[in-house]
Design a protein around this ligand. Structure first.
Ligand code: FMN
Length: 378
């Protein structure tokens, strides 16, 4: 490929560089994938107002998310198994985000551990928590995130039970991959990925192995995770998690205004309007289609963020216009990582930055913090 100009270019390259099992893991939604598709498609239905002859000099995309300064209001979303898109993926993505000046969020289900990421970054990153039945493990995870000086805890609310993604079942997804003939052939044609993996020790869920009771090896890990997500998690649990954590708290996975109102009552610092990238409830609304209603309902009480389907700087701007103070990208940075490692994550951020900057100017604005519904044709 001659030049990488779009997130779609990074996706094409990642498809060639990353073993099918892990590329598919990123590029999949639950069941029919209708919500996964709608997340992207619904952005296309929103149109900007073109404005002319306004001063476009001295533009800035700088903003804040939960009070933290960001080079642009785009954080890297927590994604599981990121270290399988590229060796040491979470460490590389965190470094790229740090250099760019945007937040990186480490997933509970990451390959590199909290401590691994802390060892290669100077600025605090964010940690995403899944609440497991094993509460000692959860207490310990929160304490480890505190010890690593994470500056926000992102509590995911929409995965008490796992949505079914057909591709993962068909591919026999596991980390590390099982050495079947099919997998070995698939990996053999991706020598760079294999060399990277051969050169790192980080090939399984390092936040969990060695920390959770009864998880010493990989075979017990798969049964542990399938049994461990807590189906009884409730709004009451948010209170003890908030208290134990004691820092900035973000509630991720809100898609309904009734839930947004409950979330605002918890005293959390922000919510993320999200359907988990279309990976949980297939048939749920796209994130962008419900953002405005939710922001109008609770935006004066709690900071509203959104994710799902952002593939360009234009998409980010549309979300900001409809009431989001910040956004997150999942697949765009994963494709960058799979395509070109750390450089690819930087490339994804640069593409989005440039698209946002030009769009802002052509809509007649200089500051990203100045945008509102006014920029959109209604
Ligand atoms: C491969 C993959 C793994 C994910 N793993 C997690 C996770 O471990 N925790 C979590 O809260 N969200 C997870 N998500 C959801 C993302 O945080 C985010 O909500 C979603 O990716 C946003 O949509 P986008 O990929 O279209 O940007 C994952 C998403 C993807 C694509």
């Amino acid at each position: 490929m001659s030049e990488i100009l779009t997130i779609a270019d990074l996706k094409d390259l990642a498809r060639r560089k990353v073993p099918k099992m892990f590329f598919d893991y990123a590029d999949s939604g639950a069941w029919t994938e209708s919500t996964y598709r709608a997340n992207e498609e619904d952005f296309g239905k929103i149109k900007f107002r073109q404005r002319v002859l306004v001063d476009m000099s001295n533009r800035s995309l700088e903003s804040t998310m939960i009070g933290q300064k960001v080079a642009m209001p785009v954080a890297l979303a927590p994604t599981g198994l990121t270290g399988m898109q590229h060796a040491d993926g979470e460490m590389l993505a965190a470094q790229a985000a740090e250099a760019f000046g945007v937040p990186f969020t480490l997933s509970t289900m990451s390959i590199c551990s909290i401590e691994d990421v802390a060892s290669v970054t100077k600025n605090p990153f964010w940690f995403q928590l899944y609440v497991m039945r094993d509460k000692d493990f959860v207490f310990n995870l929160i304490d480890r995130a505190k010890a690593a000086k994470c500056s926000a805890l992102v509590l995911t609310l929409d995965l008490q039970i796992l949505g079914q993604r057909h591709k993962d079942i068909r591919n026999g997804l596991s980390a590390p991959p099982k050495l079947t003939l099919k997998n070995m052939l698939d990996m053999a044609i991706r020598p760079r990925w294999c060399m990277g993996m051969a050169g790192t020790q980080r090939r399984t869920f390092r936040n969990i192995v060695g920390h959770a009771k009864g998880v010493g090896d990989l075979s017990s890990l798969s049964s542990w995770t399938s049994e461990q997500f807590d189906p009884q998690l409730s709004w009451k649990d948010v209170a003890w998690i908030k208290e134990r954590w004691g820092g900035k708290l973000i509630l991720k996975g809100i898609l309904d205004k009734e839930d947004a109102l409950k979330a605002a009552e918890t005293g959390a610092d922000a919510i993320v309007v999200s359907n988990h990238g279309g990976r949980q409830l297939d048939g749920a609304a796209s994130s962008i289609s419900v953002l405005e209603e939710i922001a109008d309902t609770v935006g004066d009480r709690i900071e509203v963020h959104m994710d799902g389907g952002i593939r360009s700087g234009q998409d980010v701007l549309k979300a900001l216009c409809l009431g989001a103070k910040g956004t997150y990208i999942g697949r765009p940075f994963l494709y960058g990582l799979g395509a070109m490692g750390k450089e690819g994550v930087t490339k994804a951020l640069e593409i989005i930055y440039k698209e946002m900057d030009i769009t802002l100017a052509l809509c007649g604005k200089r500051l990203v913090t100045d945008v509102s519904k006014d920029l959109l044709r209604r």
